[in-house]
Design a protein around this ligand. Sequence first.
Ligand SMILES: [Mn+2]
Length: 325
Amino acid sequence: MEMSYYAIVHNDFDGTASASVYARAVGSLPKSIWFTEPTRVHELLSKLELRGVNTVILADLGLNESTFSSVLKAVRRLKAEGATIKWFDHHVWKEEWKRQLQEAGVEVHHDVTTCGAGVINKVMNPEDEISRKLASADCSVDIWLHNDPLGEKLRRVVENNRDFQWKKKLIETFYQGTLWNDEFQRILEEQVDRELRGYKELEKYAKVVEVNGIRVVIAIRWKGPPDISYASQYLMTRNRADVFVSANGKSISFRSNNVDIRRFAVSLGGGGHPLAAGAALRIPFFLRMLRRFGIRGPALNWVTNVVIDVIQREGVVRYESKSMH
Ligand SMILES: [Mn+2]
């Protein structure tokens, strides 16, 4: 059993669940916890002072080429100061990164078949029922398995409040063995109410076009819930559309359940997954101004032309996924 440790985790549901599962496995909460993004891990690690704590765990944080050497330098320094470092992740890694971190003395647990909390649960405490249930709920939304209703509920509870203090409180609650309580229920109900009001408004922000034999629903970004994944499913279903596109002024997002939309995002200079991708797309200043005054039509038409153009240029390629229906 460990005396005390620091946790550095992704700033989302999976990071929160990962920290909770680890805490249950070692029987104590972290001395300090940081919620961050994969692009900022190197900054955090280079500034980290051990102050008598000798274990550092990182979870649900991927790596990238541009920051890897700073990460490596920071972990070498921490190792030299006597730290034990454990890194749990499920994002796509280069073999090279894994090898170099291991050579630097980092314990790497990398498994792309599950979510971050799932990796920790498998390695640290596969027998713990609470951890298994939490990891299952988390994986359901984090890697789009959509096979555990608790995931949809907990995600809303986690995302209800962006404050780190809220995530810390959730970790304590999960650590104690509570996965659902009256407060969560109240938050869920309020959140669902807000979403339902949001769904009613959505149609005002969207239009449907047919291009190359598919129906595409295009939206200008709305404020508040529902979030883009729920809104995209809702608008596609209601409009019997194959592709959902939304633009917020600076970027464009594509979603589909059966068309490879990553190709459209790549064509616009972006990228992502075959069924969820995006690119930078700056709506002209004047149209953004109009939109700010509530006149959305011109911006929506401008985005629609961009979308029609890219679909006609790239053509439609179907994509079948096992994990989505
Ligand atoms: Mn994750």
